[in-house]
Design a protein. Structure first.
Length: 416
């Protein structure tokens, strides 16, 4: 629950800029192309820190890195609300990327610490679904604040919520070995079920980035997930603008934007989380179950192409909901895989590699969409490009990731 709330708050911070599109245009005069660069700025620092952040997480642990990150991202939200111009606003978004960079690798690592393999998909879905739910409820809530109090106070509000989460994380989160409330029976249950331990307990260190990047499975997971994230960030940053382009006012575009995200929240929890764990516990082959959801969800993501052929917002919302619902079902399965394939003490590093690829997509998607939409707000080419990219991601999962099993330990000693 703590990690889920963290991602919820995290995505309030991310999505508020998409809601503020018209307000930023009015105050700073930004075009669609400029807005594409602004909304992607967060991902520049986020992406740059993914590889080193994975190593830092494996070295220093979730608790220390998570505390510093939550404090920093709350400061960044306040800074965005106080920005006097475009440059300072972009600077605040860059700072937000620094603060939120550890989030998903850290939470994937924490899930590996706390949950045995047969419970890990639903546990992962608890925080991954929050990313969709944040957009489902965050867009209308932030929109209400923006409409009644202005865009600056909408950023200040997310800053307050972020700081409260920092306090909660500081007070609550502990790794299993440090949690005094965890019984010996519970600890044994986690360990016997495949829960990972902390690298600081041993005189070894995780596999090198060079070794991990030589592994086909790591590349397959990274390519597939990057394709997913391209579509995710297209929806996250441009969906309110897309519905506005269908001749809807801000209030109606916000409501239509929330529908696909709520569908995604449900499929994330029920299919990518609960159903996967049920099937694995009942003895179905783990690779078949997880790969079926991964590939099937990505195939459903191709429904984004249906929105190319309509100007009816109801029909468009239908196709986008199918697409986002399928992609959301695949996402928690993908996020559970680093802890299922990583060599010893390397979950954070693989999570960093995967999220680096994700954030490259997160940079490219908003910018390309800005060029595709142009001054006419035409999104057909943007949705077509997303469908083509998804086909590449499906190939990565099928032909490179393959069987979901641990990458071999690197040869030679790894003692410090």
């Amino acid at each position: 629950m703590l990690l889920g709330i963290g991602v919820l708050v995290n995505y309030f911070d991310r999505v508020n800029v998409s809601v503020a599109h018209e307000a930023l245009h009015s105050e700073f005069g930004v075009s669609n192309v400029a807005f594409g660069y602004i909304v992607s700025a967060y991902n520049w620092t986020y992406a740059a820190l993914q590889l080193p952040m994975g190593v830092l997480l494996d070295r220093f642990g979730v608790q220390s890195i998570g505390r510093a990150a939550a404090l920093l991202w709350s400061i960044a939200s306040f800074a965005a609300g106080a920005a006097p111009g475009v440059r300072s606003f972009v600077g605040a978004r860059l700072l937000l990327g620094v603060g939120e960079a550890p989030t998903f690798p850290a939470y994937a690592k924490a899930t590996g610490h706390w949950f045995p393999r047969q419970e890990r998909s639903f546990a992962t879905a608890m925080f991954d679904a929050a990313a969709k739910f944040a957009s489902g409820i965050g867009v209308p809530l932030i929109g209400i604040v923006l409409i009644h109090f202005g865009w600056r106070l909408s950023f200040a509000a997310t800053g307050v919520v972020s700081f409260l989460y920092f306090v909660a994380f500081y007070a609550v989160y502990r790794d299993p070995k440090d949690d005094r409330g965890l019984s010996a029976e519970e600890w044994n249950f986690i360990r016997i079920g495949g829960g990972t331990t902390d690298a600081r307990d041993r005189a070894t260190r995780g596999a090198s980035l060079r070794y991990l990047l030589s592994q086909q499975k790591v590349w397959g997971l990274a390519i597939g997930f990057a394709a997913y994230n391209y579509c995710f960030y297209l929806f996250l940053t441009w969906l309110p603008s897309y519905f506005s382009a269908l001749h809807m006012n801000l209030q109606h575009s916000i409501l239509f934007t929330s529908v696909p995200w709520l569908v995604g929240t449900a499929t994330d929890l029920l299919i990518g989380g609960w159903l996967v764990d049920v099937l694995v516990r009942r003895g179905h082959k783990e690779t078949l179950v997880r790969q079926s959801i991964l590939v099937g969800g990505m195939v459903l993501g191709l429904a984004v192409g249906g929105a190319i052929f309509t100007r009816n917002p109801v029909i468009a919302a239908f196709w986008i909901s199918i697409s986002l619902g399928g992609l959301s079902a695949a996402a928690p399965v993908a996020w559970s895989i680093p802890s299922l394939i990583a060599p010893r003490d390397s979950v954070g590093s693989i999570g960093g590699i995967v999220n680096f690829g994700n954030q490259i997509s997160g940079i490219v998607a908003p910018i390309l969409t800005g060029y595709f939409a142009g001054p006419t707000n035409s999104f057909g080419r943007a949705f077509g490009a997303a469908a083509i990219i998804l086909l590449g991601g499906i190939a990565g999962y099928v032909f490179l990731l393959g069987k979901i099993e641990h990458v071999p330990e690197p040869p030679g000693p790894r003692a410090r």
